[in-house]
Design a protein around this ligand. Structure first.
Ligand code: 6PG
Length: 542
């Protein structure tokens, strides 16, 4: 099955190409940990990222093949998928996996295409004359002796460093991916390599080379990547192609982004007899066109997608920032809001981010209701139930807000806000949280800063008591906008149709004041602000 090949073999090859190198490549657990970390950073596929094809004779061949017990109309015999890896090294770089039957040749390869590195001011400059791509092709053994193992590199790339067991050659005949092979050089093994795949498999089993096999953690992490695609399997009509030398051009595709592919021959040019039905409700056409989504929102970056994708993307971004913060300062300070919106993200972090660096993370509260911590209305209670209870965060790294300094919460002479602020100033460098996750109430409040309340515009303090919440949680403790705007990364999360009015108001009313709509006061001084808004909240109709 094409999807199996892509989900297992090709994903494994992607890991080998893209994972961070282990300190000791001979250490199996280090190799597996590097693979698993990368798997965690691969954004789960959505339907936009996948193209499917089926060769015209498949149905007849399938029906006449007694070994196959079910010939489904939509069984793909060709697949192409774009995968995005959310980490600083591969951010924005598309990885395309492709596999199929009845194509023009039986050939397994890894192709690395380098962006045009040099732009010449003088157009005649010969250094830029070669329009051909700068690429590396790793020819993978397919068990077909016609395909020697080798690496082909464009001459325009830096020359290959010679290593033992490999020699440099110059093939003259043929071309590769639009480039005359004479403008490339090859790296070939000096000794004969046993291509027999099953021999290699038995060697690995008997030799106990566990790193050559997928371990359960990687399998679970790989399923996370492919889960959405598996759910729509068999419901999405593949594009028909004739197959062979002349019958596969209809499968040519363009990489729209690192999460979206589209066939080059689009609807109006669709070959005669070609039909392509997306699964109602999950295909591209059933969602408002991407074109309606601006790149920015309230002068900040906007991420807008299906609810699941938003949750996935935000969880990935939190881990990416965590790893970068820890690499830079040895610690990650994360401040979380209460309410409903963050819960999906916290659950995702627990279920899918097995390598999250919790031992070097501190979890702070953005705000808290003045209720006992074991009260279901408590934000700490929700964060503990959803996240803290399931991760290996050191006890002293949990920072609930001190709302219960006496029998009754938030007494007028309590100094809980000052204690919390002192804790932040003591433990957080420059009192700048590394990541703050905010929600937005329907009245435009954020944290526990409510419209027409003076604490919303508190200029100095980092933490304060506030009022203005709904009657049962009227009194609160909250970070101020001063604290929020000192953070390095701020995410504002809006999920669900119920927040469409908030989105519309923010889009339509440029002149909203902070006092009217406190969330408009979130303007990080030097930090990065990103709005994460799902389609129901943005469009209000899906
Ligand atoms: C709280 C939250 C609050 C929340 C908004 C949005 O204590 O209630 O911190 O600021 O983020 O009210 O809540 P929902 O995410 O539940 O819509």
């Amino acid at each position: 099955m094409v999807r199996d090949v892509m989900q297992n073999h090709l994903t494994e090859m992607l890991l080998l190409v893209a994972m961070e190198l282990p300190q000791n490549s001979g250490n199996i657990s280090e190799v597996l940990a590097c693979k698993q970390r990368l798997l965690q950073q691969i954004q789960p596929l959505t339907n936009r990222a996948l193209l499917l094809g089926q060769y015209a004779a498949y149905q007849n061949e399938c029906l006449s093949d007694t070994r196959i017990n079910q010939c489904r109309e939509y069984t793909p015999t060709f697949g192409a998928a774009a995968l995005a890896i959310n980490n600083p090294r591969w951010s924005g770089v598309p990885f395309v996996l492709m596999s199929g039957k009845k194509l023009d040749e039986k050939f397994s390869y890894i192709r690395v295409v380098f962006k045009e590195g040099r732009y010449c001011v003088r157009k005649e400059n010969s250094a830029c004359r070669s329009a051909s791509p700068r690429q590396l092709i790793f020819h993978i053994a397919t068990g077909d002796l016609q395909q020697p193992i080798m690496v082909t590199a464009s001459d325009s790339l830096p020359s290959i460093v010679r290593t033992d067991g490999w020699m440099v050659g110059h093939l003259q005949e043929g071309d590769f991916f639009g480039e005359a092979i004479s403008s490339s050089h090859q790296l070939l093994p000096t000794d004969a390599v046993d291509l027999e795949a099953y021999t290699r498999l038995l060697e690995a089993v008997l030799g106990g080379y566990r790193h050559l096999f997928i371990d359960s953690g990687s399998l679970l992490a790989s399923w996370r990547v492919w889960d959405t695609i598996v759910k729509t399997e068999g419901k999405r009509k593949p594009r028909l192609y004739q197959g062979g030398e002349d019958g596969i051009d209809v499968l040519d595709f363009e990489v729209v982004s690192n999460t979206q592919l589209q066939f080059a021959l689009r609807d109006k040019q669709k070959p005669v007899g070609e039909i392509e039905i997306e699964v109602p409700g999950v295909g591209v056409d059933s969602l408002p066109a991407m074109a309606q989504i601006p790149g920015e929102f309230c002068n900040a970056q906007l991420v807008c997608d299906t609810t699941d994708s938003i949750i996935t993307k935000l969880a990935n971004d939190i881990q990416t920032v965590a790893e970068a913060s820890i690499a830079e300062r040895g610690v990650f300070h994360l401040a979380l809001s209460g309410g409903i919106s963050p819960q999906g993200v916290l659950e995702r972090l627990v279920d899918h981010h097995l390598t999250f660096p919790w031992t070097q993370t501190h979890v702070w509260l953005v705000d808290e209701r003045c209720v006992p911590l074991d009260d279901s209305a408590s934000n700490f209670h929700m964060i503990h139930r959803t996240l803290l209870n399931h991760i290996n965060l050191p006890y002293l790294n949990m920072h609930p807000m001190p709302v219960l300094l006496s029998d009754d919460p938030c007494q007028s002479n309590d100094v809980g806000d000052k204690l919390y602020e002192a804790g932040i100033r003591r433990q957080v460098l420059n009192a700048s949280m590394d990541f703050i996750l905010l929600g937005v109430g329907k009245d435009g409040h954020t944290a526990s800063l409510f419209p027409n309340h003076t604490e919303t515009e508190e200029p100095e303090k980092l933490v304060t008591y506030s009022t203005g919440g709904p009657k049962d949680t009227q009194k609160r403790m909250t970070l101020t906008l001063t604290a929020v705007n000192q953070a390095r990364h701020v995410a504002i999360l809006l999920l669900g149709k119920g927040k469409h009015k908030v989105v519309s108001r923010l889009l339509q009313e440029e002149e909203l004041t902070v006092n009217e709509y406190p969330v408009t006061g979130v303007k990080p001084k030097t930090g990065v602000l990103v709005w994460y808004i799902d389609r129901p909240a943005f469009f209000g109709n899906v």
